[in-house]
Ligand binder design. Sequence first.
Ligand SMILES: Cc1ncc(COP(=O)(O)O)c(C=O)c1O
Length: 425
Amino acid sequence: MSDLLSIYKGVHFKELPTPSFVINERKFNENCIMMLENVEELRSATGKNVKFRAHIKTHKTAKGTFKQLGVGLVNNPTDSILISTVKEAQGLLDYEDKTGKDYVKDICFSLPACIPEYLESLVALSKMVDHLRIFVDCKEHLDNLVKFGRPQETKKWSVFLKIDMGTRRAGVVCHSKEFRQTLSRLSDPEVLEVVQLYGIYAHAGHSYSLTSIIDSHKLLMDEIQAVNEAAVEIKKQLESLDVSKLVLSVGATPTSNSLRIRDEPLLIDFVQNKLIGTLEIHCGNYCLYDLQQLSTGCIKDYEIAGFVLGSVVSHYEERNEILTNTGVMALTRETSKYKGHGVCVKANEVLDSKPYNIDWYVDRVSQEHGILKPCEGSTTEHFALGTKIAILPQHACIVMAQFPYYFVVDDNGMVTDVWLPFQKW
Ligand SMILES: Cc1ncc(COP(=O)(O)O)c(C=O)c1O
């Protein structure tokens, strides 16, 4: 990475090789600060401790993670993250070790995967960090933890019970037979010997299909009510457990973004008077954003902090189309309510903080080819061959995973850093 930085530092992004992934550091910082401020605002409006946990899956980099925690950006940074792969945590902790930093104290693995293959590497991870949390969403996970034993002699597995409140991806449904079975197993002495229930976790992944901040806010309330309802059930079935100590963790970028609506009386009342444990907000994509987030109506296009830089390589006047070098390998086939696989912003506008003029979108992709079409109603000129274009991705998490490193640029468009992600498994 230092080699890349010595080559590219101070180079304008329009001179970078394409395709590349470029991050505007100011926008990334602002996105991180805004989310932390929203949570801080809820804390002060409710007078309650509201925690924050940043998912690092979108960029998987150490420097991006520190910004999500608020290091150097806010007065009281947080120290808690979520990871989607064990490798993300290993890379991050190694980086901290090498650079003498110690910001991350609490890591939660966000795949409910209590199977021997994972438990081995999670044990290693638990020795590298103060607190490791894992997800459990079925009785067999608890059976496996019992068979495996404690991660360390002096430490039990610190567990979030993952509930499904509508996404139907992972998690157990509250009140279901499986939920009761899992709770009943949780109260077995042999389970209590190795497991400590830390909290309840819900993730409204289905919030990505919403189209307004009001609806996102309603879903945030549903998430909070869902974890609280699960806590009520736990209180009934595990009488010896002090449920007031549970952490009730909720969020996805759209539902967390709905905290932009400040001073919302229903939310404040619920947190102050009805919530059983401590509320935790978690989210990840918000540091970058993308067209899928724009579709939720919670953000503005110019808040999107990262883009794919591509080049115009040919044009076809008779069908009014342009060929770029940003195919499926660079943009993926992700979609949203915005047409195609990305929209084009002129390179000299993409660092602005005012609404973009969008004339072209990526209509089709094959492996290395991207085909641009003009947006409806736009009477736009073709770009000259070789023109650099900025493409806003449909889904930043998946698109960024296609790139081996990210160029970080300042407001003048100059490269200030290169971030290296801890990718794959
Ligand atoms: C379990 C879990 N929690 C939190 C997140 C973060 O969601 P978002 O990127 O919408 O903030 C994800 C993302 O997929 C997830 O899988």
